[in-house]
Design a protein around this ligand. Sequence first.
Ligand SMILES: Cc1ncc(COP(=O)(O)O)c(C=O)c1O
Length: 341
Amino acid sequence: MAFGIEKFDFVDETPLYKLENISEDLGVNFYIKRDDLTELGAGGNKLRKLEYLMKDAVNQGATMVLTVGGAQTNHGRLTAAVATKLGLKCAIIAIDSYPGELTANMLLDRIMGCELILSTDDGTDEDEQIDKIKDQLIADYEEKGEKVYYIPVGGSNVLGALGYFDAAMEINEQAKDLGIQDATVFESVGSIGTYMGLYCGLRYANSSLRLTGIAISPFGKTKEKRIVEYFNEVKEKYDLEFSATREDFHIETGYTRGGYNNPSKEVRDAIYYMGRREGLLLDPCYTGKGFAGILDMIKEGKISKGKNIIFIHTGGFPGLYTPHHRVEFEKELLGGVTILK
Ligand SMILES: Cc1ncc(COP(=O)(O)O)c(C=O)c1O
Protein backbone atom coordinates (compact mmCIF):
# COMPACT_ATOMS: atom_id res chain seq x y z
CA MET A 1 0.00 0.00 0.00
CA ALA A 2 1.67 3.26 -1.10
CA PHE A 3 0.73 6.67 0.36
CA GLY A 4 -2.07 5.06 2.38
CA ILE A 5 -4.04 4.26 -0.78
CA GLU A 6 -6.03 1.06 -0.54
CA LYS A 7 -5.39 -1.83 -2.90
CA PHE A 8 -6.31 -5.46 -3.36
CA ASP A 9 -3.62 -7.92 -2.48
CA PHE A 10 -3.58 -10.55 -5.17
CA VAL A 11 0.10 -10.27 -6.15
CA ASP A 12 2.56 -12.12 -3.92
CA GLU A 13 6.26 -11.28 -3.96
CA THR A 14 7.73 -12.67 -7.18
CA PRO A 15 11.17 -14.35 -7.40
CA LEU A 16 14.35 -12.51 -8.40
CA TYR A 17 17.30 -14.76 -9.27
CA LYS A 18 20.32 -15.09 -11.50
CA LEU A 19 20.17 -16.83 -14.87
CA GLU A 20 23.43 -18.77 -14.69
CA ASN A 21 23.69 -20.02 -18.28
CA ILE A 22 22.99 -16.70 -19.92
CA SER A 23 25.23 -14.85 -17.47
CA GLU A 24 28.12 -17.16 -18.31
CA ASP A 25 27.53 -16.88 -22.09
CA LEU A 26 27.30 -13.10 -22.06
CA GLY A 27 29.87 -12.22 -19.40
CA VAL A 28 27.36 -10.25 -17.32
CA ASN A 29 25.35 -11.02 -14.18
CA PHE A 30 21.88 -11.42 -15.60
CA TYR A 31 19.09 -11.50 -13.02
CA ILE A 32 15.43 -11.98 -13.81
CA LYS A 33 12.45 -10.65 -11.88
CA ARG A 34 9.60 -13.08 -12.51
CA ASP A 35 6.56 -10.82 -12.72
CA ASP A 36 5.24 -13.25 -15.30
CA LEU A 37 4.50 -15.48 -12.29
CA THR A 38 1.90 -13.18 -10.79
CA GLU A 39 -1.37 -14.95 -10.09
CA LEU A 40 -4.55 -14.89 -12.19
CA GLY A 41 -5.20 -14.89 -15.93
CA ALA A 42 -1.75 -16.35 -16.83
CA GLY A 43 0.16 -13.56 -15.07
CA GLY A 44 2.01 -10.40 -16.04
CA ASN A 45 2.84 -6.86 -14.98
CA LYS A 46 -0.66 -5.42 -15.26
CA LEU A 47 -1.88 -7.28 -12.18
CA ARG A 48 0.18 -4.97 -9.98
CA LYS A 49 -1.54 -1.91 -11.45
CA LEU A 50 -4.91 -3.61 -11.21
CA GLU A 51 -4.52 -4.12 -7.45
CA TYR A 52 -5.03 -0.37 -7.12
CA LEU A 53 -7.34 0.28 -10.06
CA MET A 54 -9.80 -2.47 -9.20
CA LYS A 55 -9.93 -1.46 -5.54
CA ASP A 56 -10.88 2.01 -6.71
CA ALA A 57 -13.50 0.52 -9.03
CA VAL A 58 -15.09 -1.49 -6.22
CA ASN A 59 -14.92 1.48 -3.83
CA GLN A 60 -16.80 3.55 -6.40
CA GLY A 61 -19.52 0.89 -6.60
CA ALA A 62 -18.71 -0.23 -10.16
CA THR A 63 -20.53 -3.25 -11.54
CA MET A 64 -18.44 -3.34 -14.67
CA VAL A 65 -14.99 -2.34 -15.96
CA LEU A 66 -14.27 -1.12 -19.45
CA THR A 67 -10.75 -0.86 -20.83
CA VAL A 68 -8.95 -0.45 -24.12
CA GLY A 69 -5.98 -1.90 -26.04
CA GLY A 70 -5.00 -3.83 -29.17
CA ALA A 71 -6.69 -7.14 -30.02
CA GLN A 72 -3.74 -8.85 -28.33
CA THR A 73 -3.79 -6.68 -25.20
CA ASN A 74 -2.27 -8.37 -22.14
CA HIS A 75 -3.66 -5.60 -19.99
CA GLY A 76 -7.17 -6.45 -21.23
CA ARG A 77 -6.68 -10.15 -20.46
CA LEU A 78 -5.59 -9.42 -16.91
CA THR A 79 -8.38 -6.89 -16.38
CA ALA A 80 -10.83 -9.60 -17.49
CA ALA A 81 -9.26 -12.05 -15.02
CA VAL A 82 -9.45 -9.73 -12.03
CA ALA A 83 -12.92 -8.51 -12.92
CA THR A 84 -14.34 -12.01 -13.08
CA LYS A 85 -12.66 -12.91 -9.78
CA LEU A 86 -14.32 -9.89 -8.15
CA GLY A 87 -17.71 -10.60 -9.72
CA LEU A 88 -17.62 -7.57 -12.06
CA LYS A 89 -18.45 -7.58 -15.76
CA CYS A 90 -15.69 -6.63 -18.16
CA ALA A 91 -15.46 -5.32 -21.71
CA ILE A 92 -12.44 -4.40 -23.83
CA ILE A 93 -12.40 -1.96 -26.73
CA ALA A 94 -9.73 -2.97 -29.26
CA ILE A 95 -8.72 -0.61 -32.03
CA ASP A 96 -7.99 -3.40 -34.45
CA SER A 97 -9.60 -5.27 -37.27
CA TYR A 98 -10.66 -8.88 -36.73
CA PRO A 99 -7.51 -10.87 -37.57
CA GLY A 100 -9.50 -13.76 -39.11
CA GLU A 101 -9.42 -15.82 -35.92
CA LEU A 102 -9.41 -15.15 -32.19
CA THR A 103 -5.93 -13.96 -31.18
CA ALA A 104 -4.42 -15.73 -28.18
CA ASN A 105 -5.56 -13.10 -25.70
CA MET A 106 -8.95 -12.65 -27.36
CA LEU A 107 -9.51 -16.37 -26.81
CA LEU A 108 -8.48 -16.10 -23.15
CA ASP A 109 -10.63 -12.98 -22.67
CA ARG A 110 -13.66 -14.77 -24.01
CA ILE A 111 -12.95 -17.85 -21.85
CA MET A 112 -13.06 -15.52 -18.83
CA GLY A 113 -16.41 -14.13 -20.00
CA CYS A 114 -15.18 -10.73 -21.17
CA GLU A 115 -16.93 -8.92 -24.00
CA LEU A 116 -14.79 -7.56 -26.87
CA ILE A 117 -15.59 -4.59 -29.08
CA LEU A 118 -13.33 -4.40 -32.15
CA SER A 119 -13.14 -1.20 -34.13
CA THR A 120 -10.93 -0.87 -37.18
CA ASP A 121 -8.66 2.16 -37.13
CA ASP A 122 -10.80 4.83 -38.86
CA GLY A 123 -7.81 7.00 -39.77
CA THR A 124 -8.72 9.74 -37.28
CA ASP A 125 -6.70 10.42 -34.14
CA GLU A 126 -6.67 7.14 -32.15
CA ASP A 127 -7.44 8.80 -28.83
CA GLU A 128 -10.44 10.57 -30.36
CA GLN A 129 -11.67 7.30 -31.87
CA ILE A 130 -11.35 5.55 -28.50
CA ASP A 131 -13.11 8.39 -26.67
CA LYS A 132 -16.02 8.33 -29.08
CA ILE A 133 -16.56 4.56 -28.76
CA LYS A 134 -15.97 4.61 -25.01
CA ASP A 135 -18.48 7.39 -24.35
CA GLN A 136 -21.15 5.66 -26.42
CA LEU A 137 -20.53 2.29 -24.76
CA ILE A 138 -20.59 3.73 -21.26
CA ALA A 139 -23.90 5.45 -22.04
CA ASP A 140 -25.33 2.15 -23.42
CA TYR A 141 -24.15 0.05 -20.47
CA GLU A 142 -25.36 2.60 -17.94
CA GLU A 143 -28.74 2.68 -19.58
CA LYS A 144 -28.89 -1.06 -18.89
CA GLY A 145 -28.19 -0.37 -15.22
CA GLU A 146 -24.42 -0.95 -15.06
CA LYS A 147 -22.03 1.37 -13.24
CA VAL A 148 -18.95 1.46 -15.44
CA TYR A 149 -15.37 2.08 -14.27
CA TYR A 150 -13.08 3.02 -17.16
CA ILE A 151 -9.40 2.03 -17.14
CA PRO A 152 -7.20 3.79 -19.73
CA VAL A 153 -4.80 1.95 -22.01
CA GLY A 154 -2.32 -0.20 -20.08
CA GLY A 155 -3.78 0.95 -16.76
CA SER A 156 -1.22 3.77 -17.02
CA ASN A 157 -2.60 6.61 -14.92
CA VAL A 158 -1.51 8.01 -11.55
CA LEU A 159 -3.24 5.23 -9.63
CA GLY A 160 -1.94 2.41 -11.86
CA ALA A 161 1.62 3.73 -11.47
CA LEU A 162 1.52 2.74 -7.81
CA GLY A 163 1.64 -0.95 -8.76
CA TYR A 164 5.23 -0.60 -9.92
CA PHE A 165 6.00 1.95 -7.22
CA ASP A 166 5.43 -0.95 -4.80
CA ALA A 167 7.35 -3.33 -7.08
CA ALA A 168 10.33 -0.96 -6.97
CA MET A 169 10.44 -1.34 -3.17
CA GLU A 170 10.25 -5.11 -3.55
CA ILE A 171 13.06 -5.23 -6.13
CA ASN A 172 15.20 -2.85 -4.10
CA GLU A 173 14.92 -5.08 -1.00
CA GLN A 174 15.49 -8.28 -2.95
CA ALA A 175 18.57 -6.83 -4.65
CA LYS A 176 19.96 -5.83 -1.25
CA ASP A 177 19.28 -9.31 0.15
CA LEU A 178 21.10 -10.89 -2.80
CA GLY A 179 24.00 -8.47 -2.40
CA ILE A 180 23.47 -7.10 -5.92
CA GLN A 181 25.18 -3.74 -6.11
CA ASP A 182 25.38 -1.22 -8.86
CA ALA A 183 22.73 -2.86 -11.04
CA THR A 184 20.45 -1.55 -13.78
CA VAL A 185 16.83 -2.63 -13.96
CA PHE A 186 15.61 -3.13 -17.54
CA GLU A 187 11.98 -3.35 -18.61
CA SER A 188 10.00 -3.10 -21.85
CA VAL A 189 8.07 0.15 -22.24
CA GLY A 190 4.60 0.40 -23.79
CA SER A 191 2.14 2.81 -22.16
CA ILE A 192 4.88 3.92 -19.66
CA GLY A 193 3.03 3.06 -16.41
CA THR A 194 5.43 0.31 -15.39
CA TYR A 195 8.43 2.53 -16.07
CA MET A 196 6.95 5.51 -14.22
CA GLY A 197 6.04 3.46 -11.15
CA LEU A 198 9.54 1.98 -11.03
CA TYR A 199 11.21 5.34 -11.61
CA CYS A 200 9.30 7.06 -8.81
CA GLY A 201 9.59 4.07 -6.47
CA LEU A 202 13.35 3.70 -6.89
CA ARG A 203 13.91 7.40 -6.34
CA TYR A 204 11.54 7.49 -3.37
CA ALA A 205 13.49 4.60 -1.79
CA ASN A 206 16.82 6.33 -2.54
CA SER A 207 17.76 3.12 -4.28
CA SER A 208 21.17 2.65 -5.86
CA LEU A 209 19.48 0.74 -8.69
CA ARG A 210 19.35 2.50 -12.06
CA LEU A 211 16.49 2.08 -14.52
CA THR A 212 16.47 1.67 -18.30
CA GLY A 213 13.30 1.29 -20.31
CA ILE A 214 13.35 -0.31 -23.74
CA ALA A 215 10.66 1.17 -25.99
CA ILE A 216 8.77 -1.53 -27.90
CA SER A 217 7.21 0.95 -30.34
CA PRO A 218 8.41 4.27 -31.75
CA PHE A 219 8.86 6.78 -28.95
CA GLY A 220 7.52 9.76 -30.89
CA LYS A 221 6.50 13.28 -29.88
CA THR A 222 3.37 12.16 -28.05
CA LYS A 223 5.28 9.80 -25.77
CA GLU A 224 8.14 12.27 -25.29
CA LYS A 225 5.56 14.75 -24.02
CA ARG A 226 3.56 12.17 -22.10
CA ILE A 227 6.47 10.84 -20.02
CA VAL A 228 7.16 14.29 -18.54
CA GLU A 229 3.46 15.09 -18.03
CA TYR A 230 2.91 11.69 -16.43
CA PHE A 231 5.76 12.23 -13.97
CA ASN A 232 4.37 15.63 -13.02
CA GLU A 233 0.90 14.17 -12.47
CA VAL A 234 2.35 11.48 -10.18
CA LYS A 235 4.55 14.00 -8.36
CA GLU A 236 1.61 16.31 -7.74
CA LYS A 237 -0.81 13.59 -6.70
CA TYR A 238 1.53 11.98 -4.14
CA ASP A 239 3.49 15.09 -3.13
CA LEU A 240 6.82 13.65 -4.20
CA GLU A 241 9.74 15.66 -2.97
CA PHE A 242 11.92 15.15 -6.04
CA SER A 243 11.67 16.52 -9.55
CA ALA A 244 12.59 15.15 -12.95
CA THR A 245 12.95 16.37 -16.51
CA ARG A 246 13.00 14.36 -19.76
CA GLU A 247 16.78 13.79 -19.42
CA ASP A 248 16.23 11.88 -16.17
CA PHE A 249 14.22 9.16 -17.90
CA HIS A 250 16.49 6.67 -19.58
CA ILE A 251 14.52 5.10 -22.42
CA GLU A 252 16.29 3.22 -25.20
CA THR A 253 14.35 4.07 -28.34
CA GLY A 254 16.47 2.34 -30.98
CA TYR A 255 15.29 -1.26 -30.57
CA THR A 256 11.66 -1.04 -31.71
CA ARG A 257 12.22 -3.28 -34.78
CA GLY A 258 9.48 -2.05 -37.05
CA GLY A 259 6.95 -1.08 -34.40
CA TYR A 260 4.32 -2.45 -32.07
CA ASN A 261 3.92 -6.23 -32.16
CA ASN A 262 5.76 -6.47 -35.47
CA PRO A 263 7.25 -9.92 -36.20
CA SER A 264 11.04 -9.66 -36.14
CA LYS A 265 13.70 -12.28 -36.74
CA GLU A 266 16.00 -10.83 -34.04
CA VAL A 267 13.20 -10.94 -31.48
CA ARG A 268 12.40 -14.56 -32.37
CA ASP A 269 16.10 -15.43 -32.08
CA ALA A 270 16.19 -13.81 -28.62
CA ILE A 271 13.11 -15.84 -27.65
CA TYR A 272 14.77 -19.08 -28.85
CA TYR A 273 17.96 -18.20 -26.99
CA MET A 274 16.12 -17.65 -23.68
CA GLY A 275 13.99 -20.76 -24.24
CA ARG A 276 16.95 -22.97 -25.11
CA ARG A 277 19.41 -21.76 -22.44
CA GLU A 278 17.09 -21.08 -19.51
CA GLY A 279 13.77 -22.81 -20.24
CA LEU A 280 11.90 -19.50 -19.91
CA LEU A 281 9.30 -18.21 -22.35
CA LEU A 282 9.35 -14.61 -23.52
CA ASP A 283 6.81 -13.00 -25.85
CA PRO A 284 7.26 -11.37 -29.27
CA CYS A 285 5.66 -7.99 -28.46
CA TYR A 286 7.29 -6.93 -25.17
CA THR A 287 9.72 -9.16 -23.27
CA GLY A 288 11.33 -10.80 -26.31
CA LYS A 289 11.87 -7.38 -27.83
CA GLY A 290 13.28 -6.03 -24.59
CA PHE A 291 15.64 -8.98 -24.26
CA ALA A 292 16.73 -8.64 -27.91
CA GLY A 293 17.52 -4.99 -27.11
CA ILE A 294 19.66 -6.01 -24.12
CA LEU A 295 21.53 -8.55 -26.27
CA ASP A 296 22.27 -5.81 -28.81
CA MET A 297 23.38 -3.38 -26.11
CA ILE A 298 25.84 -5.98 -24.82
CA LYS A 299 27.15 -6.58 -28.36
CA GLU A 300 27.45 -2.84 -28.95
CA GLY A 301 29.33 -2.35 -25.66
CA LYS A 302 26.57 -0.08 -24.27
CA ILE A 303 26.32 -2.61 -21.47
CA SER A 304 29.83 -3.62 -20.55
CA LYS A 305 31.05 -7.01 -19.39
CA GLY A 306 30.68 -7.76 -15.70
CA LYS A 307 27.62 -5.51 -15.34
CA ASN A 308 24.64 -6.44 -13.17
CA ILE A 309 21.39 -6.55 -15.08
CA ILE A 310 17.94 -7.07 -13.57
CA PHE A 311 15.47 -7.78 -16.35
CA ILE A 312 11.79 -7.68 -15.40
CA HIS A 313 9.87 -10.46 -17.07
CA THR A 314 6.59 -8.63 -17.41
CA GLY A 315 4.65 -11.61 -18.83
CA GLY A 316 2.80 -11.78 -22.14
CA PHE A 317 3.62 -15.35 -23.24
CA PRO A 318 0.19 -15.90 -24.91
CA GLY A 319 1.49 -13.52 -27.60
CA LEU A 320 3.58 -16.42 -28.91
CA TYR A 321 0.33 -17.88 -30.26
CA THR A 322 -0.84 -14.78 -32.09
CA PRO A 323 -1.56 -15.68 -35.75
CA HIS A 324 0.92 -13.30 -37.41
CA HIS A 325 3.75 -14.47 -35.15
CA ARG A 326 2.69 -18.13 -35.31
CA VAL A 327 3.19 -18.29 -39.08
CA GLU A 328 6.80 -17.12 -38.70
CA PHE A 329 7.51 -19.54 -35.84
CA GLU A 330 5.97 -22.35 -37.89
CA LYS A 331 8.39 -21.69 -40.79
CA GLU A 332 11.43 -21.66 -38.52
CA LEU A 333 10.53 -24.44 -36.10
CA LEU A 334 8.76 -27.10 -38.13
CA GLY A 335 12.18 -28.34 -39.31
CA GLY A 336 12.78 -29.81 -35.84
CA VAL A 337 9.60 -31.88 -35.91
CA THR A 338 9.96 -35.48 -37.11
CA ILE A 339 6.74 -36.90 -38.45
CA LEU A 340 7.02 -40.69 -38.42
CA LYS A 341 5.14 -42.50 -41.19
C1 LIG B 1 4.01 -8.23 -21.24
C2 LIG B 1 4.11 -6.75 -21.13
N1 LIG B 1 5.29 -6.19 -20.84
C3 LIG B 1 5.45 -4.85 -20.75
C4 LIG B 1 4.39 -4.01 -20.96
C5 LIG B 1 4.62 -2.53 -20.88
O1 LIG B 1 4.06 -1.98 -19.75
P1 LIG B 1 3.57 -0.46 -19.78
O2 LIG B 1 2.40 -0.41 -20.71
O3 LIG B 1 3.22 -0.18 -18.38
O4 LIG B 1 4.70 0.35 -20.30
C6 LIG B 1 3.12 -4.54 -21.26
C7 LIG B 1 1.97 -3.65 -21.54
O5 LIG B 1 0.97 -4.03 -22.05
C8 LIG B 1 2.98 -5.95 -21.34
O6 LIG B 1 1.80 -6.50 -21.65
